[in-house]
Design a protein around this ligand. Sequence first.
Ligand SMILES: [Zn+2]
Length: 271
Amino acid sequence: MYKIDSRFLLIFLFLLIFCIREHLIAQNNFWNNKKCAVVLTYDDALNTHLDNVIPLLDSLGFKATFYISGFFPGFKDRLNDWKKAAKNGHELGNHTLFHPCIGNLQGREWVKSDYDLSKYSLQRITDEILMNNVLLEAVDGQKVRTFAYPCGDMIAGDSSYVNIVKQNFPAARGVKSTNEKIDKVDLYNIGCYVVNGQNSIDLIELVKDAIRNSTLLVFLFHGVGGEHSINVSLQSHRELLKFLKENEKDIWVATLKDITKFIKEYQTSKR
Ligand SMILES: [Zn+2]
């Protein structure tokens, strides 16, 4: 009868276990060799971003994306501070020049008639977006940045402006509440989680979910410690970032520009 040398059997088993382990690790580490990706995005160029958020991010070595409407006071009054933030590696994302939103929806009484997106032409929204790019490039010197639809609205007048966004940006954040796996991310309507008053336990639970499910998690902040009706406390924000830092080996924290570049390369290679 044919006899198997036990030494060969051991080596074979060892190699098999090694290959299975490597395969499992590769399967669960889609995100730049980490288990999930987290993007911290901050909208509307607020003073609290410059005063409360950026110093904390810089102390932890995290880079984030700030969606800027060039006409907002927190931007035009503090150009040098935004320049410094960009120099430190933060992304200044495009959020249009005047932040137009559809005014004839419930709860949108605050939208001024002059900046009501339902009255815009495609040319007008295109001009606003491109002019904001010129302004941001003058501040950060960058030619590539991501976009965030103000209020998540994608219709100007009666036409979608998504194609304009596709022609001018590598990716865009919407406001639908989804966390996708890397192959399912829609690069021109990236989902996010709007933060408004949650405590850090809830925010950290979302990150744990992203780790478990290998997904992209995008946080959307407005006020951090005040300045906006949509707000998070300084403490909740700080505790969330502390958790991200403590679990850095599993979590890739980067700008939306960097993470979407990675997603695009992944999705293209799988096609
Ligand atoms: Zn906004």
